[in-house]
Design a protein around this ligand. Sequence first.
Ligand SMILES: Cc1cc2nc3c(=O)[nH]c(=O)nc-3n(C[C@H](O)[C@H](O)[C@H](O)COP(=O)(O)O)c2cc1C
Length: 397
Amino acid sequence: MKDKKTVLLCITGGIAAYKMANVASGLAQRGFDVHVIMTEHAAEFITPLTMETLTHNRCYTKMFDGVFDQEVRHIALAKAADLILISPATANVIAKLAHGIADDMLTTTVLAAGCEKLIAPAMNTAMLHNPVTQDNIETLKRYCYTIIRPATGHLACGDSGEGKMPEPAELIDHVEQHLAFEKDLAGKKILVTAGPTQEAMDPVRYITNHSSGKMGYAIAKIAARRGADVTLVTGPVALEPLRFVHTIPVVSAADMMTVVSDAAPRMDIIIKAAAVADYRPQYAADQKMKKTDEELFISLERTTDILAYLGAHRREGQFLCGFSMETQDMLENSRKKLESKNLDMICANNVKEEGAGFAVDTNVLTLITKDTERALPCMSKEEAASEILSEILKRIG
Ligand SMILES: Cc1cc2nc3c(=O)[nH]c(=O)nc-3n(C[C@H](O)[C@H](O)[C@H](O)COP(=O)(O)O)c2cc1C
């Protein structure tokens, strides 16, 4: 079995073709075996040599170039591909693919391929909105192509509107979503909470904590990559929004509680990675009566314990996982929480340990269940997320 997944990049004659060098390079750096086919018009915008240098594979433009290399090239490429990304896709190539026209190397290879196909239409807004292009795109949907929606913004022709090719990072994200992981969480509904919450003291100040949201976002991202249907309830964070995840932003613990308690009964797995602010002033921020700071601080009350609520209202067969951040007696304190909050698993970490905790990209976790304890070495939060999800999957099957 080959150890690398093969991505076939099909580049057509749109101005955004020049950006595909970054896509090819990004995919090669992520360990994909990248092959490129261009239409002859695409080669007016970017050279095959650029793509060959970045992918270490030959780039094809011609159906007939007089060279025979032991196999029928378009069939061999079509068979080798685990996924095809056609980007930028011109109106012309979209029309040809919608109607089974195979009059060059690119369209012939795509027609011969049985793998999953993603297509990113990119063109002037009027060309995109032309009913014939829209009909062709609908036809491609019927033929099971996944359409990557064009972005809106400044277009090379000087117009502004819908029709831009999405940025390389988004295209790479689409490929990774389809190919990077086995879909062992397909069919599972997962709720993840992430980030801090904020409790307003007045219109200017709030109580919060140092949570960056990175651990929860890593779990949501990897769960989606592994095929789960993910809902992410997130407090205010400075992280890039995740694609392929249904994200619900909240601010306070009460907001988070409302959303989580509503969604929880539908979930197979709930992972609470949010660090909810423990206290809030009893006086709501919008109350007219002005309070002194002393009055505000005296009025502090504990916020709702969302994890304890979820443990108390857990439905049959639902898996509940929490996090525990300790500064001392980590294992003992975490075990107590596991039991008192009726959890299936708790991910314990010592915030004082190097490589663990809030703002960093790594974590050092111990995964604790009723009768097991597994200490993980320092690893990236995405790797840690994958370990957590695998442990859960082992237990729910
Ligand atoms: C400067 C320039 C930019 C172009 N950009 C686009 C584009 O973004 N999208 C598109 O559908 N066609 C674009 N075209 C038109 C295509 O290149 C033309 O339709 C060509 O026949 C497409 O060939 P292909 O689909 O085989 O690559 C552009 C043409 C020129 C000259």
